[in-house]
Write a protein that binds this ligand. Sequence first.
Ligand code: FES
Length: 621
Amino acid sequence: MSSKDQDSAEAGEEPQAAEDQPSNLGDYDLGRPIDASRGMRAGLTSYGDAHFSLFLRKVFIKALGYSEAALSRPIVGIVNTYSAFNPCHANVPQLVEAVKRGAQLSGGLAIEFPTISLHESFAAPTSMYLRNLMSMDTEEMIAAQPVDGVVLIGGCDKTTPAQLMGGISANKPILHLVTGPMMPGSHRGVRIGACTDCRNNWASYRAGVIDIEEIAALNEELAPTAGTCGVMGTASTMACILVGLGLMPFKGATAPAVSSARLRIAEETGANAVKVIAAGERLKPQALLTRESFLNAITVLQAIGGSTNAVVHIMAIINRHPKLAGTITLDTFDEIGRHTPLLVDLKPSGANYMSDFHNSGGMAALLLELRPILHLDALTITGKTLGEALDAERVIPVPQHLRCIQPFDAPLHPCSSLVVLRGNLAPGGAVMKASASKDRRLLRHSGPAVVFAGSADLALRIDDENLEVTPDSVLVLQNIGPVGNPGMPEAGLVPIPRKLAARGVTDMLRVSDGRMSGTAGGTIVLHVSPEAADPESVLGVVRDGDVVTCDVEARVLRVEISDEEIERRRVERREVLAKGDSEHPWKARERMRGYRGLYMREVNQADQGADFDFLRAGFEG
Ligand code: FES
């Protein structure tokens, strides 16, 4: 970019028309230093001769047909996460075109490039296992390539967190664009949608309530369009959080994937990218995102009854930020929850779908309700504060029967959708979505543990007619934490034993170190830290018949055995490990190769975000 263009970009003016661009002979003038701060001249490949590096770069980019005039524009990178294995991202090609249109109409040059794409059902062992890899891919590709800023197109559960983690670490201007939620389907006149209704109907099928023909018919209709799951699952939660953080326009979270509104948002995002690049340091993620931005995001999480997975993701995201790492903990989520009402009536906590939320005014309407408890001075990607952006919004009148956003003073639930529990069973903390409990008596409950040593043990015994279990039992699932079962699977929704389900039992207290889909519900304690595979973990030494107590009001999760007995069992475990139980993941990880070895050795616990330790802020890059 010429210095004149750069000046005008910084002043927010339109760059010159292409035909007016000056000659770029200066790029080959060996007596003139290269301005490597922006555009094609930035981040030159190392050949030991910067002028030659630029010369060579231009040789190759011209193979794609670009002119000098085009190459002098601010470069908007578009992260393309289309994959034929990712139906949640099926609309990415159209979104890329719309972003390009917006960027180029505003004077930028849009260049797309691919990164890893992750879909929940097409990533083994889990998409979470690959989230950190995607974040590394995103960070390194943003850092390595000559982009002045990027539009990150994501959507499915792990993609947006991975992109934000990588984007904060790379610290070039980032703008998020999600693919948007799918529309609901219909079965026998009843609206249905992935994935809450996938789980509800599968539970009914397991209990013998619906037959094999009906479950097959449901399979055809649960995901009727492209887009992310149409309830308040992790994808929708993370989209709303991006708005709460100020990184996406209000409409950006909820407009359906298949709507024309989604394409207009994409075009607007491309145009905004040019402005954000021109704004310089102020709108780079490490400057834009403050503690208040995150407090707003956590307020949104509580008010929407969002996914428990978001707690893990937000912790990982915060810990990538050099100024904020360590300043927000699980307890911050609980504190905010205590004064944040549940306002959004969406599955799995409520009854509606994302398209209803959008039609009720979406995030703008929600944030207007939450205004008294938001930090309105937090900056947004528009360059305005959240308060200024909300001043420009008006509440859209929606008939009561179509509303799924409750007024602040008439909430669905007064507070604490998500709670953090602590006690001898979870000294590092555990998380529960209390608002999704199906049997609220279980929010204060003590019962004998029925312990499963892992997913395989669970699959083997859960439906055994001889399993000694009653509705008062506490189902404890061990070894599905970050290391114990790489990727921390969404297996925390332990199924109700079939013999109890057939008797009409629909909820039990369940405890694990794993995760649960944001689309699932029940009285379920998740993310117990430290995980059972850790030799020091108390969860790892719980046995059948131990009494487990959960008291949500008191925020307690405890096993009723003495400290001496806990220590005696730990010593036993240590002895087994010391004898060389080489299959134990805590030991076996030392000799693992490749990404699996990297993951196993470096992943931290859920309360830290299950990120790789060396990716946290504080390490030099
Ligand atoms: Fe992609 Fe649910 S599977 S959002």
